[in-house]
Design a protein around this ligand. Structure first.
Ligand SMILES: NC(=O)c1ccc[n+]([C@@H]2O[C@H](COP(=O)([O-])OP(=O)(O)OC[C@H]3O[C@@H](n4cnc5c(N)ncnc54)[C@H](O)[C@@H]3O)[C@@H](O)[C@H]2O)c1
Length: 371
């Protein structure tokens, strides 16, 4: 797949197996021996994938610890330091091997190293494949706010080797499934066929990736491809999120508020997104935008995958906490929050224009509008 995002071009390769460095170089039209000057960035859980990629080639490596807590300026600095120590020039290539955290950090570092050097991403989590790795958002957390600092810097090539998912913990598979459900709701269209595909890989309510890779690899591949195509088509029209791209935040206004009030790292992003999608359905039903039947279909899939969708959420019983976290959302525009709610065939952006609207949001958070 190939996309143009503003001045950037991104190629996406979805495959069963992990590609080798030679192939990555060839995809960039480089003859490995003479022109490849890479820095491979991975974490402790993805270093085995970096080993497979590099084979016998001794590429300079920056191995980080794993986890969202790592998404800070100090880590960015350590990536820059590794690039400097390896003698990378502006023709150097940052090759990130990991999930959204490694991707966001390395993309950011690549975007500022020597005012921008080439960036390649090998996405190793389901969330990375279906969402984080395509679209160019990079960043890290500061002042206890997720992704408050960052740039738009799409990778030149993105690799999605399904093989790498075999070692991904179940919690992380679940996290990615939530973003897949989100994209399937947005893609929508008649009959919600994409949602049916997602249901088909959920293996009787249990995201057993080993089983999926064995029995339903093609369906998984189709799902990832559909998600990438959808996200790519939206971002091609709106890299800098001036309009339509905001649709990709379905469930996120609620999710970010839940994550912030539960404390960063208490629940996975996907768990928060799944919870948020259901809140968005409740808001949409109250506004007369979301058809109840479609909301029920979405809720069935989310529930069958075992997500906590109760409201109040067991981790944050005080709805006031969520409400005030929501009010400091960084995506507020002119002091107003916006919400994405499912409609008949996809979703729409609605702006919280008055106190009555926020009253409805408050009722949703209190669990008074469950369906
Ligand atoms: N840039 C974007 O557009 C975008 C979109 C959505 C989310 N994000 C960001 O993505 C991050 C979440 O990404 P994530 O869910 O991929 O988390 P992550 O990168 O922290 O990975 C989750 C865990 O899985 C481990 N892991 C990764 N690949 C593995 C593999 N193949 N086998 C075994 N373990 C593996 C990691 O070491 C980590 O412990 C958040 O910081 C979020 O802000 C960015």
């Amino acid at each position: 797949l190939q996309f143009t995002f503003g001045e950037f071009k991104t190629r996406v390769f979805i495959s069963s197996e992990i590609k080798r460095l030679e192939e990555i170089a060839a995809d960039l039209n480089l003859s490995m021996a003479s022109s490849l000057s890479p820095l491979v960035i991975c974490d402790e859980n993805t270093s085995y994938i970096a080993d497979k990629i590099c084979g016998s080639y001794k590429a300079p490596r920056c191995t980080l610890k794993s986890g969202e807590e790592l998404k800070n300026w100090e880590t960015v600095q350590s990536i820059l330091q590794a690039a400097f120590d390896a003698g990378l020039g502006r023709d150097g290539i940052f090759i990130a091997v990991g999930g959204g955290v490694i991707g966001d950090l390395s993309g950011f570092a690549a975007s500022i190293y020597m005012r921008g050097c080439r960036f390649v991403l090998v996405s190793t989590t389901l969330l990375g494949m279906v969402d984080a790795s395509v679209g160019g958002k990079t960043g890290f957390d500061i002042f206890n706010r997720k992704n408050l600092a960052g740039t738009f810097y799409p990778a030149k090539s993105v690799y999605m080797p399904l093989e790498s998912l075999a070692t991904l913990p179940e919690k992380e598979i679940k996290s990615g499934m939530a973003e897949l459900i989100k994209t399937a709701v947005l893609k929508g269209a008649k009959g919600d066929a994409f949602l049916d595909y997602v249901e088909a890989i959920s293996c009787e309510g249990y995201p057993d990736i080993g089983k999926v890779l064995n029995d339903k690899e093609q369906t998984l591949l189709k799902c990832i491809e559909k998600a990438v195509k959808y996200k790519g088509s939206i971002v091609s029209k709106d890299l800098y999120e001036k309009g339509q791209r905001a649709l990709l935040n379905l469930g996120h206004t609620f999710a970010h508020a839940l994550e912030a009030s539960a404390g960063l790292g208490q629940l996975s992003h996907g768990e928060a997104v799944a919870w948020g999608i259901i809140r968005a359905c409740e808001l949409g039903i109250a506004l007369g935008i979301t058809p109840r039947k479609r909301a029920k279909k979405i809720k069935n899939i989310v529930t069958s995958l075992g997500y906590e969708i109760g409201c109040p959420h067991p981790l944050v019983k005080d709805s006031e906490l969520i409400f005030s976290a929501m009010n400091s959302d960084k995506k507020k525009k002119q002091g107003k929050l916006s919400f994405i709610v499912p409609d008949k065939e996809s979703a729409v952006i609605v702006v919280a224009h008055d106190a009555k609207f926020m009253d409805t949001v408050n009722k949703v958070i209190k669990g008074e509008l469950s369906f």
